[in-house]
Design a protein around this ligand. Structure first.
Ligand code: MG
Length: 339
């Protein structure tokens, strides 16, 4: 297998602000895997929250090149395990490599990934559209732009929560998913915010408190009605058993998981423990978003809008119709380079 890669800079449509900070651009890595005239593509979206940088991602890919050079891509299960043994971290890089591998395998078979997995694309769920933290005027404008999406996600977790919800509610009564991104640090504060939000038409809350405060989360869960989803508290399947008492569901992202194969194991484990499944993403092109969307018929909720936040998407792939994900029927992940 011939493995090559390229660091790309993605300019964002709007400055992206969440509880942790702001950015105007994102640097991701596109991976290309070639053998027997078939090319598989993957994308790594490193995230500083998990100790990843573009440099650490490139370093992991370099480390994996000798492994891929001698491996048989049809032994993709074994290859994914061997990749995991190279380093415990750098899951975004692993996700990009696993994606390229699964794209190559399913393209070689001539099947869309969802079909290979036995999934019905008509069961793809609605995706939310995310409104980042901003001024009330900009938030109201973004909510109006998001007219085709029946469900929105809003980022809270700063001292401006009430102002943001008021700005959204001034122009829309759509059901809202709230993501606090670990922003409520104290359990009584979190309880007060959630009780107030329960009267504001919300249908779920993501990561109300810091990832390691699981006892506080379990305390909170006993006192509120709205389903609580883990995001920063969960990366891979190994994290899930200890979360089952503290959350109602988990947000699975390919970049946290380290790829499609681990994401599938996570979905299986979440189901076995009675947890709901949300599929999310980072700021990514249509390549990585299409890969996640291929698994979406297995999810209760999707938040797969990372590609809609960037200006010049270098890939085409999954689209959205009235908020519902429409999977491409092309073989592989369902994404193609734009040129
Ligand atoms: Mg989140």
């Amino acid at each position: 297998m011939k493995l090559t890669y390229e660091l790309i800079r993605l300019e964002l449509r709007h400055t992206w602000t969440i509880a942790r900070g702001s950015s105007d651009y994102k640097e991701n890595v596109i991976i290309r895997l070639e053998r027997d005239g078939v090319v598989g593509y993957g994308e790594a979206a490193p995230n500083s929250r998990y100790g990843e940088t573009p440099e650490s991602t490139l370093a992991f890919i370099e480390q994996a090149i000798p492994l891929f050079a001698k491996a048989d891509p049809w032994h993709f299960v074994e290859l994914e395990r061997a990749m995991g043994e190279l380093q415990p971290a750098q899951n975004a890089a692993k996700a990009g490599l696993d994606m390229a591998l699964m794209d190559w395998v399913t393209k070689s078979l001539g099947l869309p990934l969802y079909r290979y997995l036995g999934l019905d694309p008509a069961k793809a769920p609605l995706t939310t559209f995310t409104i980042g933290i901003d001024t009330p005027e900009v938030i109201a404008a973004k909510v109006k732009e998001a007219a085709p999406y029946p469900r929105l996600k809003i980022k809270l977790g700063s001292d401006r929560d009430e102002e943001i919800v008021a700005a959204v509610r001034s122009v829309s009564d759509k059901p809202l998913l709230v993501d606090a991104n670990e922003g409520w640090r104290e359990k009584h504060e979190a309880l007060e915010r959630i009780r107030w939000l329960e009267g504001q038409g919300i249908f779920a809350i993501e990561q109300p408190m810091p990832a390691d405060q699981l006892d506080d989360m379990a305390w909170l869960r006993e006192r509120v009605k709205v389903p609580l989803f883990a995001d920063e508290s969960v990366r891979t399947a190994a994290d899930i058993p200890r979360l089952a008492q503290a959350f109602d569901g988990i947000n699975i992202k390919l970049m946290k998981a380290g790829g499609l194969q681990e994401a599938l194991r996570m979905i299986g484990m979440a189901r076995a423990l009675g947890l709901q499944v949300m599929l999310g993403c980072m700021v990514e092109t249509s390549l990585a978003v299409s890969a996640a969307a291929a698994l979406s018929p297995l999810a209760d909720l999707a938040d797969l809008d990372g590609n809609l936040l960037i200006k010049d998407d270098p890939f085409t792939g999954v689209t959205v119709d009235q908020g519902r994900l429409v999977l491409s029927g092309d073989p592989g992940l369902g994404a193609q380079p734009r040129n």
